[in-house]
Design a protein around this ligand. Structure first.
Ligand code: SF4
Length: 327
């Protein structure tokens, strides 16, 4: 009995030590800037790329301090080996893995297949994979390549769609059009790869808000994502958009108006999906399954909007994003 307790203790200490080493290795690569799609929060993180290979969207400075690069194969294997040992000491093992970082799907199909095989060699319990992807990373792959990736476990992607309006995409220099987005989504559908969207509320500013709502709802209705994540626009300190704002070329929407924009898009959605507005960028959280919870969700959303005074919304925004008062 005493022997088994002390073995358990030893195992726990070893697991703690391994978790610490994994954390250190990850920090060495990403410092404080590690992020994954909201829907992949409980997936095992696999470090394959750092930053974004595009890095031109005006509203984004997520990868400001981390220029794009591919994680060195030795480093990747070192972390996989630590993760492998860690999970031999744990009963619960993750079945799903998420590749980091902003656009790992930009890697060639061949490299992604190699990575999935490598992950399975070290972590045979991993069954499938997800990651963020830009639309052009999907377009760059052939239909057969996508089918092979699906067979290798890439069963769903999270796409930073941001808006269904070409005007908004162009304003923000997103580098893709809605037509290209539609083609990419069709390719994914044919390959049997599911997808979810990130949509940024307030991305068109005051001038393009109506267009952003209308066109985004149209895109959602015609493309059937599984889940749509809504995030309010944040003025990141180093984003190009800040300069546009200061020059008077972009009129930022108030936090409450972003919530109003969410409600208006949800009103227009006619297909079954999950609406997820639980991101911390939003001044309040909302989530529900459509169509069953549409009415309830909208009721709650409008009640929250009505209950929030501009002053409260402003204060909360300031607390979260200290940059706001300097605008
Ligand atoms: S929004 Fe996404 S695609 Fe655009 S620069 Fe940022 S990380 Fe890259």
């Amino acid at each position: 009995m005493h022997g088994s307790i002390s073995n358990k203790k030893k195992q726990d200490l070893r697991a703690k030590d391994l978790a610490h080493k994994i954390h250190r290795e990850m920090y060495d690569i990403y410092r404080g800037y590690k992020y994954v799609p909201m829907g992949e929060a409980s997936s095992l993180m696999i470090p394959v790329t750092v930053g974004c290979d595009y890095s031109r969207c005006k509203f984004c400075d997520l990868n400001h301090d981390l220029p794009f690069r591919i994680v060195e194969p030795d480093k990747l294997e070192k972390i996989l080996s630590l993760q492998s040992e860690f999970y031999t000491l744990r009963e619960r093992k993750p079945k799903r893995a998420v590749l980091l970082h902003a656009n790992p799907f930009a890697l060639s199909g061949k490299r992604l297949l190699e990575i999935s095989a490598l992950v399975r060699r070290y972590l045979p319990f991993v069954e499938n994979f997800g990651c963020f992807s830009r639309v052009d990373a999907v377009l760059a792959k052939g239909q057969d390549e996508l089918r092979q990736l699906k067979a290798a476990g890439f069963d769903s992607l999270t796409l930073g769609i941001e808006s269904g309006s070409d005007k908004v995409l162009s304003l923000q220099d997103k580098g893709v059009t809605v037509a290209k987005t539609r083609t990419a989504l069709e390719k994914l559908r044919q390959a049997g790869i599911r997808y979810s969207f990130y949509i940024v509320l307030g991305l068109g500013g005051e001038d393009l808000s109506a267009e952003h709502q209308e066109e985004t709802a149209k895109l959602i209705n015609s493309s059937q994502p599984e889940e749509v994540f809504f995030l309010s626009l944040v003025m990141f300190k180093n984003a190009v958009l800040v300069k546009e704002l200061r020059a008077g070329n972009f009129k930022r929407m108030r936090p409450l108006d972003c919530m109003q924009e969410a409600a208006s898009i949800i009103e227009k959605i006619k297909i079954p999906l999950i609406v997820n507005g639980s991101h911390k960028n939003n001044i309040f959280s909302f989530k529900g399954r459509l169509p069953e919870q549409k009415e309830l969700l909208l009721e709650k959303l409008y009640a929250e909007i009505a209950a929030y005074s501009e002053n409260e919304a402003f204060k909360r925004d300031v607390r979260r994003w200290k940059y706001w008062p300097n605008e």
